[in-house]
Ligand binder design. Structure first.
Ligand SMILES: NC(=O)c1ccc[n+]([C@@H]2O[C@H](COP(=O)([O-])OP(=O)(O)OC[C@H]3O[C@@H](n4cnc5c(N)ncnc54)[C@H](O)[C@@H]3O)[C@@H](O)[C@H]2O)c1
Length: 344
């Protein structure tokens, strides 16, 4: 195999779910690139098993400037690419507003500043991929959200992410970095324990019953509640999202692709599909039968319902697909089957 490029990639939040999986996807998607990874997280990230790449792991609090300095001064030199993926999720950001702003916004600005004043060996600005969210939307939304729909978030998490997106666009306009904010759908089902995200129940009501454990659905009061059919979420499978995250780096590395990104915004909503709570439960029944569905109990939570209902249910995928991002084609049942293959 011929190696046609070397890339040093800094991933923040690399101890988290998607950040810990991304190195493998990057290596698989770019077989002709030799990668060096700087993996950083406030919880010491693990060295990915069997990864064909050089790796340095750093326990680093991204809100601490000295920790950030260390990430840009490793033996791997200045990173060519930064994936900014650390964060405090939506419920955590509501419960501890100051911490949410500090980690989701203040540290994003610090990281952008470090990237701005860092020049990789190529001499090009650092490619900066920022993971944002559909929580940047809120208020009155059209049935299908377009790239031109304004973002009016209704929570601390979405507000901090949106401010991060504005900075990525502005730093890119100034040539300080070459950035792209990718707004992730809710990625499902998530393995492990529930995250501090309002959307965590979308995974719990599938993951727990698959393991034979009871789960609580915070939307609706019974299996027949009409709210189950009217409460929708915008979701995507992990594998699809990881491929799209890897693709974001390719878009930024390709001048013709970057020219297709709107001049006034470096934000792209990643493709996903709409599913209702009812459809999730039906998909669980299709894959695992009635016994699994019976393990779901209902305890309507007004705060959770308010936040989830403020998020958009449907997006126009065409802009992201023109940029080469891909979309799931096998619905929620496909997401459940992928979870069973990879995590059970
Ligand atoms: N998973 C999803 O459904 C989803 C949806 C939309 C957006 N996102 C965004 O994608 C990114 C990755 O998501 P995930 O599900 O892997 O998140 P995750 O919660 O699994 O990982 C986030 C990581 O950030 C780390 N972190 C928190 N504070 C830190 C600090 N001060 N310094 C360094 N690290 C710190 C945490 O320790 C954690 O490992 C996040 O930015 C998230 O907001 C995820």
């Amino acid at each position: 195999m011929t190696i046609d490029s070397l890339q040093t990639v800094l991933i923040t939040g690399a101890g988290g779910w998607l950040g810990s999986l991304l190195p493998q996807t990057l290596v698989e998607r770019s077989p002709n690139t030799r990668f060096s990874f700087i993996l950083a997280d406030v919880v010491a990230p693990k060295h990915p098993k069997g990864l064909a790449a050089k790796v340095i792991t750093h326990q680093a609090d991204l809100s601490d400037p000295a920790s950030l300095d260390a990430l840009f001064a490793t033996e791997f030199g200045h990173p060519d690419v930064v994936y900014s993926m650390h964060g405090i999720m939506s419920l955590g950001s509501e419960e501890n507003w100051d911490l949410g702003m500090k980690i989701n916004f203040d540290s994003t600005r610090l990281l952008l500043e470090k990237a701005r004043h860092s020049r990789p060996a190529s001499g090009e600005p650092v490619r900066f991929v920022f993971t944002s969210s559909v929580a940047t939307y809120g208020g009155e939304l059209p049935d299908v959200v377009l790239p031109s729909t304004s973002c009016t978030p209704e929570g601390a998490y979405g507000t901090a992410k949106l401010m991060g997106e504005y900075l990525v666009s502005e730093y890119s306009r100034m040539g300080f970095v070459n950035g792209l904010s990718v707004k992730l759908p809710t990625i499902v089902p998530r393995p492990g324990v529930p995250s501090r995200a309002t959307s965590a129940f979308v995974s719990s009501i599938v993951r727990e019953p698959l393991a034979g454990v009871r789960a609580t659905c915070p939307i609706g009061t019974s299996p027949d509640d009409p709210l189950l059919s009217t409460t929708g979420v915008w979701v995507a499978k992990p594998s699809t999202t990881l491929i799209n995250l890897a693709h974001a780096n390719r878009v930024l590395a390709d001048k013709e692709m970057v020219a297709k990104v709107a001049r006034w915004s470096r934000s792209v909503q990643l493709p996903g599909f709409t599913t209702t709570v009812r459809e999730i439960i039906d998909a669980l029944r299709e894959v695992r039968g009635d016994e699994a569905v019976k393990l779901i109990t209902f305890d309507d939570d007004e705060t959770c319902r308010r936040i989830v209902s403020s998020w958009p249910r449907s997006f126009d995928n065409s802009y992201a697909q023109r940029l080469g991002f891909i979309v799931d084609t096998d619905g929620f049942a496909g997401a459940i089957r992928e979870y069973m293959r990879n995590s059970m």
